[in-house]
Ligand binder design. Structure first.
Ligand code: UDP
Ligand code: MG
Length: 316
């Protein structure tokens, strides 16, 4: 009998100071991989400049299991860049990005694969319940997705993270996008393709707390908004237009009043309010311009979004 070649699935996992969770991670992944004997797997662990023993622990994994390989980035580039590094290096017919903290349950991989086999290009893992995230995080996430989807033509599904299965063709499409500021959820949504959803309940982190500080999340949200929408730039044209109409009406009113009632000296308050109001409006709009010019500047440097220091692979 001809031995049918197993299709290879790549699992991409970014690690940033996750030393405490690696053992559990390995156990869980191993169980999932072993329960799916009809596929072969490669697990690409991207060490995103960890400062603890994450890297050495990952190298241990590589030494005992040749399905694992480690990409060591030259410093901390952030999760989006780490994911890009993993996608670029992945060789499987399908690629699944996964969080190292097991908040994306690897047990779901079999359902993702089943939908893929049925013909979907993208299988989205959709969190039906994220009670384990703090209220603030849930609310701010909701506010972000609402704002993003309102401003941009690309809709990012609210309940979907990076955890998903992508067919080779989709990965190829994402890799073609040249920007160095990589807001992955946006890029994934931008490429389109035929997608289906599979639901799951988001677990709590296996250890520690989120590696994203409030400031990092805020900047991330700005990256997301500005990468996929120019509405914040455009809105000033309209605000300016409305302001101009209103001020002309007011000017007409004052001039007429002065002509009819004579010269009226008091007016300090309204003058000051108008000057301050339009002054601050202009500052905000210049700030918004600055956001985009800054980003254009960063893109124009064409720097790679990550650098690999070393690849660890067990050839045996
Ligand atoms: N991560 C990373 N680089 C960073 C921050 C996070 O590679 O600069 C990884 C982290 O190790 C984890 C994943 O990204 O595997 C998600 O991070 P985290 O769980 O802290 O985010 P949250 O679940 O709170 O969104
Ligand atoms: Mg997490």
């Amino acid at each position: 009998m001809v031995n049918v070649e197993k299709r290879k699935i790549s699992i991409v996992v970014p690690f940033f100071n996750e030393e405490a969770g690696i053992d559990v991670f390995y156990q869980v992944i191993l169980k999932v991989i072993n329960s799916l004997p009809h596929y072969s797997f490669e697990v690409l662990c991207v060490d995103d400049g960890s400062t603890d023993t994450t890297l050495s622990k990952l190298i241990e994994l590589v030494n005992k299991d040749n399905r694992f390989l480690v990409l060591e980035l030259s410093r901390n580039f952030g999760k989006e860049s780490a994911l890009s590094a993993g996608l670029d290096a992945a060789t499987g017919c399908a690629v699944i990005p996964l969080d190292a903290d097991l908040q994306d349950p690897p047990e779901l991989i079999s359902s993702l694969l089943a939908e893929w086999e049925k013909g979907a290009d993208v299988v989205l893992a959709c969190r039906t319940d994220r009670q384990t995230d703090s209220l603030l995080k849930r609310l701010s996430a909701k506010a972000f997705y609402r704002t993003h989807n309102l401003l941009s033509n690309i809709e990012i599904p609210e309940d979907v993270g990076d955890f998903r299965l992508m067919d080779r063709s989709v990965v190829q499409a994402v890799k073609q996008l040249p920007e160095s500021n990589r807001f992955m959820k946006g890029l994934f949504a931008w490429v389109g393709f035929k997608s289906v959803k599979v639901g799951y309940i988001r677990a709590a982190r296996t250890e520690g707390s989120s590696r994203f500080s409030g400031r990092k999340l805020w900047n991330f949200a700005l990256d997301g908004l500005t990468s996929f929408s120019i509405a914040p730039l455009r809105v000033w044209t309209y605000i300016g237009g409305v302001g101009a109409v209103l001020t002309s009406m007011y000017a007409f009113f004052i001039i007429t009043r002065t002509l009819v009632l004579g010269v009226d000296v008091p007016g300090y308050a309204s003058l000051l309010v108008a000057v301050l109001f339009f002054g601050s409006l202009q500052l905000v709009s210049i700030g918004m311009l600055g956001e985009y010019i800054g980003r254009t500047y960063m893109e124009s440097k064409r720097r790679p979004c990550y650098l690999i220091r070393k690849v660890y692979q067990n050839e045996s």
